[in-house]
Write a protein that binds this ligand. Sequence first.
Ligand SMILES: Cc1ncc(COP(=O)(O)O)c(C=O)c1O
Length: 461
Amino acid sequence: MTDIDWRTIEDWDRRYYLHNTASGRELNYAAVQRVDGNYIHLADGSKLLDFQSQLISDSLGHRHPAPHDAIKRAMERYGHVFFGLGTDLRARAAKLLVEDVLGGDSGWASRVRFLASGSEACENAIQVARLYTGRPLIMTQAHSYHGLTSGPTLLRGYRGNFSPSDSGRFEQTRDVPNIPAQGYIPIPPPEPQDFQAQGRLPSLVATEQLMLACGPENIAAVISEPMFGAAGLMPHPDYYPGLVALLRKHNILWIDDEVLCGMGRLGEWFGYQLSPDISPDIMVVGKGINGSSLPSGGFVVSHPIAEIFEDGRWWSGSTWDAHPLVCASIVGTIEYMLGADILDTVRQKGRYLRDHLQRLADIHPSIGRISGAGLYYVVDVVDGNREPVVPMDRYTGFQGDLSQHPNNIVAATCMEHGVFLGGFVPNSIKCGPPFTILESEIDLAMSALSAALKKVEATYH
Ligand SMILES: Cc1ncc(COP(=O)(O)O)c(C=O)c1O
């Protein structure tokens, strides 16, 4: 592998690959030679501590032996097996998730289907909600993110649009034309974790008004994220109990999108478990279900929903449903997580990270808010008046020169310090290290973040 000609590789990549989010001209190319544990080894010989688990996805770090060895073992017996035939791995993965993690018959969860991505899983969850209820509308929160296929693209927030770079060639943001924009009703985002609540949250008051205006009998489901991934927003603790009470009152389903927060990220198996006594009707999983060792997604349905499939034939399925190697990686991951008491690890390391961030807040006036749980914390960066540095904040259209947005200043500076850490929306820094992170590595990331915040303060304070 050492004889790779990285100059040629960069040239091919720049010429032939259709890149994500950056325009071709502004692409900041960084080639990865290999990944290992908590580190990304770059082609130039340097290494980066991965403090974001890539896309808050690689929960066990890189090439963790649990999923990795399970995939290798499965490859001795399996390649692809289509969904019309069974494998031991599909059955094991389903049993582990539904029974061992979610409680089986004594819990809310009944059946799971495994798919190839979180986006596809959200598509399926929406379809099931509409099929089950016979209703057309899906409610979805501003700022939320559920993937970029046509259905999830319409679920607010980041919608697969095309934003102009500062080259001057395009002036306006362009939405994807002619995708079926009917059937999705935006509701307000939740108030943040530190909102000073007096009485019922305003977002829930507005949500109920919208429900009544649309007619609950027309609404199949509300889809939501426990903690917003792309937008980095942790809802106020009253939000989910209040939302679920509303849904039960109006007989509307709850699709809980746990693609990013699921499997331990927030210190519980799933984010909904942070609020006592609530449970979803449909839960979407992805990323963490196998530490992103292979492309994966899935959705779990409740007992009443599963019941209709006892007598009805659902004509759905993808070539890749429950791919044996993906199922092997899920089995390897869940068995390891159960055996290693991973939730305890996440909580302990999360406390260490949170304390460290609090200490940074004492010395950095640019820290406006720290929110999160488990091993996912978001730092909201503010200017000298304690206002968001980029006023559009989570409503950003990603236009023009993005390099001076705080998230990108932080990402560039942290990279100079050997740490992969930044954010997506302009004022938010997302700390989501792998569960395998060491305290000494948290220290390293925090000193890189401190150096980066000094730069932000030099520019905006
Ligand atoms: C909450 C949430 N839902 C859905 C998705 C889409 O998953 P995928 O990227 O696997 O299609 C993501 C991806 O980041 C996500 O964070």
